[in-house]
Design a binder for this molecule. Sequence first.
Ligand SMILES: *[C@@H]1O[C@H](CO)[C@@H](O)[C@H](O)[C@H]1NC(C)=O
Ligand SMILES: *[C@@H]1O[C@H](CO)[C@@H](O)[C@H](O)[C@H]1NC(C)=O
Ligand SMILES: *[C@@H]1O[C@H](CO)[C@@H](O)[C@H](O)[C@H]1NC(C)=O
Ligand SMILES: *[C@@H]1O[C@H](CO)[C@@H](O)[C@H](O)[C@H]1NC(C)=O
Ligand SMILES: *[C@@H]1O[C@H](CO)[C@@H](O)[C@H](O)[C@H]1NC(C)=O
Ligand SMILES: *[C@@H]1O[C@H](CO)[C@@H](O)[C@H](O)[C@H]1NC(C)=O
Ligand SMILES: *[C@@H]1O[C@H](CO)[C@@H](O)[C@H](O)[C@H]1NC(C)=O
Ligand SMILES: *[C@@H]1O[C@H](CO)[C@@H](O)[C@H](O)[C@H]1NC(C)=O
Length: 426
Amino acid sequence: MRVLSTFTSLFGLAVSVRADGNTTQLGLIRKASDPQVPPTYPIGVPKEPFAKTAGQLFNINGTVGYFAGTNAWWLGHLTKNEDVDKAMQQIADTKYKIVRVWGFGDINSGFRPTADTADPLRVWFQQHPAPNDTEANQVALINYSPENGLPRLDYVVSTAERLGLKLVLPFVNNWADLGGMASYASAYGGADASVSFNFFENDRAQRVYRDYIRVLVERYRSSPAIFSWQLCNEPRCEGCDPAVIYNWAANISAYIKQPDMDPHHMVSLGDEGWFGANAGYREANNASSLAYESHGGVDFWGNLNISTLDYGTFHLYPSTWGYSFSWGNRWIEQHADAGNRAKKPVVLEEYGSPQRNDHSTVLLPWQQVVLNTSIAADQVWQFGPANLSFDVTKMGDEFSVYADAADFVTVSQKHAQAMLDKKVVM
Ligand SMILES: *[C@@H]1O[C@H](CO)[C@@H](O)[C@H](O)[C@H]1NC(C)=O
Ligand SMILES: *[C@@H]1O[C@H](CO)[C@@H](O)[C@H](O)[C@H]1NC(C)=O
Ligand SMILES: *[C@@H]1O[C@H](CO)[C@@H](O)[C@H](O)[C@H]1NC(C)=O
Ligand SMILES: *[C@@H]1O[C@H](CO)[C@@H](O)[C@H](O)[C@H]1NC(C)=O
Ligand SMILES: *[C@@H]1O[C@H](CO)[C@@H](O)[C@H](O)[C@H]1NC(C)=O
Ligand SMILES: *[C@@H]1O[C@H](CO)[C@@H](O)[C@H](O)[C@H]1NC(C)=O
Ligand SMILES: *[C@@H]1O[C@H](CO)[C@@H](O)[C@H](O)[C@H]1NC(C)=O
Ligand SMILES: *[C@@H]1O[C@H](CO)[C@@H](O)[C@H](O)[C@H]1NC(C)=O
C-alpha cells in the first residue's frame, strides 16, 4: 500500500493517506464516494424554515423583504471555535443576514501549505491526486479532521443556525486562492493543462467536482442555515462561448436540485455579472467595453433563464476593472433592470473599494442606488472582524470594512438597517 503523502496538522497529528483512500490514523481522510462516510454533521430538528425566493425578493424566516449581508470567506478556515463565535456574533450584531463563506479549500497531493499561502491557518477540505499518479489512484480525498478539515465548516454552519444567519457556500474558486480550478487543472488537466484546461468541460474534473458537491449537500441539506448552494466563486471560461458556462450551470444546478440531493435550498451561480451584447446595456458611445462583451464567457442576461438557478448574482469592482466608481451606479441599475425583466431576484453579492478605513466615499453612493432599486440583497466585500485571537488582516485585504474602523457605522451598520427598513412593494 503506497503512501501518497503525509500532512501534519496544526496540532502535530500526522495523518497518512494511502492511495485507496484508507487512512492509517483515525479514518479522518476519506474518498468522497466512500459509503462509510461522511461522519455526519450533527443536525437537530430545523428550527427555522429554509430561505426561499418570494417574487423578486427573499423570504428569510418568514419575513419577505430586503436584506444586507457580507462576505467572510475565511470563516470555515478558522481553527478556533471562539474566533468563529466572535466573528459571527459581530456579523449578526451588524444585522447582516446573509454571509458568503468559502465552501472549498482544495489542495493537491504533495502540497505543503506554508504561512504565505492564502490560508495561513492551513485548513483544507479536498485533496486532489498528484498529476503523475496512475489513473487507478486518481481519487480525490475529503478531510474530516476536526482540527483542519470539514468539521471547521460544520462549526460555521451550526453557529449560523444558532444566530439565525444564512450562508452562501460556493463549491470551487475560479481563482487559485485556496486551490481553486488550478488544483483541478493540475490533477486532471494533463501535460498542457496551463494552456488547454477547461474546468467546465473536463469530464474527470466534473466528476470530482460533482462528488464534492454531494459531500457538502448531503452534509448540510437539512440545515436552515444554508441560504444557497453556489456553483463557483466568479466562474470564468476565458475565450469560451457563453454556452459553455450556461450549459454547465444548467447541468450542475439541476444535479443539485434532484430529489435525492436537495430540491429545497436555493442555488446560485456566483458570477461577476458580465453582460453580453444581447442584453442591450452596452453604452452607446462605447464600442468595446469589458463589462458588456460576455467577459470570461459569462452572459448574465442569458444565465437568468436557467430555471434551476434561483437568483442572479453580480459583483462590482471598478478599481480593478478599469471603470470609474460612478459607473458602478449604472452597473447596479442595469442588473436591477435585468432582474425586473426576467422576474428574478438579483443580488449584488460582492462590492468593494480599496480605501482602507475610508470606504464610505465610494460605497455609500452605491448603497443608495441599491436602496433605490429592486436589488433584493447586497453583500459587501468583506467583513473585517475585531478582537480575534490572531492578526485578522492576514485573512483580509484593503477592501475589508473592519468592525472597529471608523467607516463601519455608516457602511455596515446603517446600511444593514436601511435594507431591513426598506418598504416592500410587490
Ligand atoms: C480499506 O480498509 C477496509 C477496512 O479496513 C478494508 O476492508 C479494505 O480492504 C481496505 N481497502 C483497500 C483497497 O485496501
Ligand atoms: C510525481 O512528480 C513529482 C514532482 O513533479 C515528484 O516529486 C514525484 O516523485 C513524482 N511521483 C511519482 C510517483 O512519480
Ligand atoms: C425566526 O422566527 C421565529 C418565529 O417568528 C422567531 O421566534 C425567531 O426569533 C426568528 N429567528 C430569528 C433569528 O430571527
Ligand atoms: C449533467 O451532465 C452529466 C455529464 O454529461 C450527465 O450525465 C447528467 O445527466 C447531466 N445532468 C443533468 C441534470 O442534466
Ligand atoms: C468605455 O469603457 C471603458 C472600459 O472598457 C471605460 O473606461 C470608459 O469609461 C467607458 N466610456 C464611457 C463613455 O462610458
Ligand atoms: C430566455 O428565455 C426567453 C423566453 O423563454 C427567450 O425569449 C430568450 O431568448 C432567452 N434568452 C436567452 C439569452 O437565452
Ligand atoms: C431612484 O430611481 C428613480 C427611477 O428609477 C430615479 O428617477 C431617481 O433619480 C433615483 N434616485 C436616486 C436617489 O438615485
Ligand atoms: C473589541 O474589544 C474591545 C475591548 O474589550 C471592545 O471595547 C470592543 O467593543 C470590541 N469590538 C467589537 C467589534 O466587538
